[in-house]
Design a protein. Structure first.
Length: 169
């Protein structure tokens, strides 16, 4: 299902008529605050700085950081939950396919701490894990004003689907 959603987004981007004016360029600073969904409900924050523009005519490259916190109640019939904390670096390639949209693709690499807690009929199980958090995503920001946008991302990393608001600093 998620592969179909990502493919659909790529098709929309591929058939866009012509590139519009870039909304993210070298020197821009953007902060995203969002909520995401997968096995967890995730809260995320990321920051991005434009490091190069003029790539493939109107494209630009951004680099930044991300962090997120996710929580899930696995089964409400008994006490069972898990949470994770992620953080790391991310890189993006922006290309303006649609007017008023900042469309981009990116990758992220960082660490993830996960904790599970299961209690069922006197049986207790607690487990923790630290591992690599690597992901990819496709996203778009729609401009509400010069400094405020709404955004959506689909991919893998903090959440399969993430939506929220972005602030241009």
């Amino acid at each position: 299902m998620k592969k179909l959603a990502l493919l659909s987004i790529l098709v929309v981007f591929a058939f866009a008529a012509k590139a519009q004016e870039p909304m993210f360029v070298k020197g821009d600073k953007v902060v995203n605050v969002g909520i995401g969904f997968d096995a967890y409900t995730n809260l995320s924050i990321s920051g991005e700085y434009g490091i190069a523009d003029g790539i493939a005519d109107k494209g630009s490259i951004g680099a930044g950081i991300y962090a997120g916190l996710g929580y899930s109640i696995l089964n409400p019939s008994w006490y069972s939950n898990q949470y994770h904390v992620v953080g790391g670096l991310r890189g993006t390639f922006h290309y303006p396919f649609l007017d008023k949209f900042d469309t981009y693709a990116g990758i992220g690499l960082g660490l993830e701490y996960s904790h599970w807690n299961y209690e069922f009929w006197g049986y207790d199980d607690y487990s923790s894990n630290i591992g690599l958090n690597a992901g990819f995503f496709l996203g778009a920001r729609y401009a509400l004003s010069e400094k405020l946008t709404v955004f959506g991302e689909a991919g893998y990393g903090i959440g399969f689907l993430t939506a929220g608001i972005s602030f241009k600093l």
